[in-house]
Design a protein around this ligand. Structure first.
Ligand code: DGL
Length: 253
């Protein structure tokens, strides 16, 4: 493993492609390997033990490519598996959490709505985050929402119905910001912005990319020359998910 080795990214599915995009923008010379565990998605409605087992398996697949850093581009897998992966691996492991901290700065007397998977919201990691920055937060587990992104639906009647159903519960509530606490939801920014004009939609993607950059820099692992590259892999049907990842990699958000 050296500075020319690849950086491994993974998510339960295609959501982490939203994080990958920011990382490629920041680190254009790097080689990226992206693995979507589409076969086992969703993670967010599974138990912590199951998520940890799945995430560990995916990490092992990426490690077999001699990666120099691992990005868990998934809030759900981070909560369940980041600590055990960090304890076991000697390379930098970068995880994610719902961007409640930056969103809390946008508070103007109303509420900060946090959208994430059921597993993310019930875990200890989120409880601790919420104790610090969640005074004005309301949380909303969104089981079933990532499946629409996995199906490539970034604009559809079904999606609008789902989102309207969620927002209906906050009718009359002043929403100062919405936290997109699942990497899949970042691809729903346009649909959400239409329903919530003017409300800031906050995600942790850029912060994650910067953290990756700074840990690589600290370890003298930044690639300084050569062309960058991105390779997609999936545990699911390659004919379905590789084209979807390629499409999401390009789509404007
Ligand atoms: N993209 C994942 C996250 O950031 C979760 C999706 C799932 O439920 O698998 O939490």
């Amino acid at each position: 493993m050296d500075r020319n080795s690849a950086i491994g990214f993974f998510d339960s599915g295609v959501g982490g492609v939203s994080v990958l995009r920011d990382a490629v923008r920041l680190l254009p010379r790097e080689r990226f390997l992206y693995y979507g565990d589409n076969l086992n998605a969703p993670y967010g409605t599974k138990s912590e033990d199951t998520i940890r087992t799945l995430a560990t398996h995916v990490a092992d697949v990426l490690l077999s490519y001699d990666i120099k850093a691992l990005v868990i581009a998934c809030n759900t897998a981070t909560s369940a598996a980041a600590a055990s992966l960090r304890a076991r691996l000697s390379i930098p492991v970068i995880g994610m959490e719902p961007a409640l901290k930056p969103a809390s700065m946008l508070w103007r007397g109303g509420r900060i709505l946090v959208l994430a998977t059921p597993a993310t919201l019930r875990q200890e990691k989120f409880r601790l985050l919420s104790e610090k920055y969640g005074e004005h937060a309301v949380v909303r587990p969104c089981a079933g929402l990532m499946e629409l992104v996995e199906a490539g639906e970034l604009e559809s009647e079904r999606l609008d119905d789902y989102l309207r159903g969620v927002l209906e519960d906050y009718r009359g509530v002043q929403l100062d910001a919405v936290v997109l606490g699942c990497t899949h939801y970042v691809f729903l920014k346009r649909a959400l912005a239409r329903l919530l004009p003017g409300v800031p939609l906050v995600d942790g993607n850029e912060g994650t990319a910067r953290r990756l950059q700074s840990l690589l820099d600290q370890g003298n692992l930044l690639r300084e020359a050569g062309e960058g590259s991105v390779r997609f892999m999936t545990s699911g049907d390659e004919a379905v998910f590789i084209p979807l990842m390629e499409r999401l990699y390009q789509v404007p958000v």
